[in-house]
Design a protein around this ligand. Structure first.
Ligand SMILES: NC(=O)c1ccc[n+]([C@@H]2O[C@H](COP(=O)([O-])OP(=O)(O)OC[C@H]3O[C@@H](n4cnc5c(N)ncnc54)[C@H](OP(=O)(O)O)[C@@H]3O)[C@@H](O)[C@H]2O)c1
Length: 296
């Protein structure tokens, strides 16, 4: 009886101790057992994954899955690559990548924006502030994939340009780079602003966005005062501020947690899933479908 097997989640984390946040979320999502490995280097992954692949029959492998986390997205991306390279033929287990919470957070932010825009972000002009961080990068990647007109911001024009270049190379998408000093000009004509700056850093004062006619949605992912956007509260969740619908970090965080848990549950439905940000977005969309009727 394949489904009588316990659901085992193997946590691979680049930091010395595997994340407690990720562990608690996995248990709450229904994992029966966690096997936690911290301080993981890519060259240690193969042996661990083979231990996962070769212990249960093929029809039972969907009950074993891998979660790749950790505070450094770059380090965890190398772990994910090593995980994928360990698989061959039908011998594989499903894997979710959510280092730094970046995939689930970015997916929740983009879904909130999509919902506020009537169910589609195609051709919608969006500015992403703090776009060079792990969360902002994935927000920009998702937005480009959905056909939005994306501007990516950084304190450094060079870093913004490098991000735009990498989006072009990986997705063939044209994002417009901007420096934080030019934010006022970039905001003109934008319908959506997503602030993905570092915790405790204000990126946009109230005066810059209040009264902007084109602006319909602001999403601020920073929960640590001072918040990223002056005038948006952490608890805002589709809160009206004049013409603008505002979402704060805790407002988005509720959806992020639902997406995180559902993504864990999805791992245990087959043994061949690789859930990166695009797949996580789709899981979130199935969780809370956007409205069918566009807003005028
Ligand atoms: N709600 C949730 O569930 C949730 C989950 C995860 C993360 N978060 C939040 O999401 C936000 C983004 O996370 P992250 O890990 O991607 O952030 P991060 O890497 O710490 O910072 C993002 C970007 O902010 C800019 N930045 C850093 N220090 C700054 C400063 N002093 N002044 C102005 N800009 C500065 C940097 O861009 P440049 O150097 O290029 O300017 C950096 O790439 C954070 O506020 C985080 O707390 C929320």
């Amino acid at each position: 009886m394949a489904d009588s097997k316990q659901r085992i989640l193997i946590q691979l984390d680049s930091s010395p101790h595997a994340s407690v946040f990720d562990a608690v979320t996995a248990i709450d999502a229904g994992a029966d057992r966690l096997l936690q490995y911290g301080g993981i280097e890519p060259d240690q992954v193969r042996e661990l994954i083979h231990g996962a692949m070769f212990t249960r029959g093929l029809d039972e492998l969907k009950n074993t899955a891998v979660f790749v986390g950790g505070p450094s997205v770059e380090a965890s991306e190398r772990i994910l690559e090593a995980v994928k390279h360990s698989f061959f033929g039908p011998f594989r287990v499903s894997v979710l990548f959510d280092a730094n919470g970046a995939n689930t957070t970015a997916s929740a932010a983009v879904l909130a924006a999509e919902r506020e825009c009537g169910g589609s972000l195609k051709d919608v002009p969006v500015a992403v502030m703090g776009a060079t961080g792990p969360v902002g990068h994935r927000v920009a990647r998702l937005l480009c994939g959905l056909g939005a007109r994306v501007a990516v911001g950084s304190r450094s024009r060079d870093r913004a340009a490098a991000l735009a270049e990498s989006l072009d190379q990986t997705l063939g998408a044209r994002a417009e780079p901007f420096a934080a000093d030019d934010l006022a000009q970039v905001l003109g004509g934008r319908a959506v602003v997503i602030a993905a700056g570092a915790a405790g850093v204000r990126l946009m004062p109230r005066d810059l966005w209040r009264g902007l006619e084109s602006l319909k949605v602001i999403i601020d992912l920073n929960a640590v005062p001072p918040l990223g956007v002056e005038g948006v509260e952490a608890t805002d969740k589709s809160t009206s501020k004049g013409n603008v619908k505002a979402w704060g970090a805790l407002g988005v965080g509720g959806l992020k947690m639902k997406i995180h848990k559902r993504s864990i549950q999805e791992l245990f439905t087959s043994n061949d899933k690789v859930l990166d940000v695009e797949q996580v977005l789709e899981i979130g969309r199935r969780l809370e479908p956007p409205p069918l009727i566009p807003r005028s």
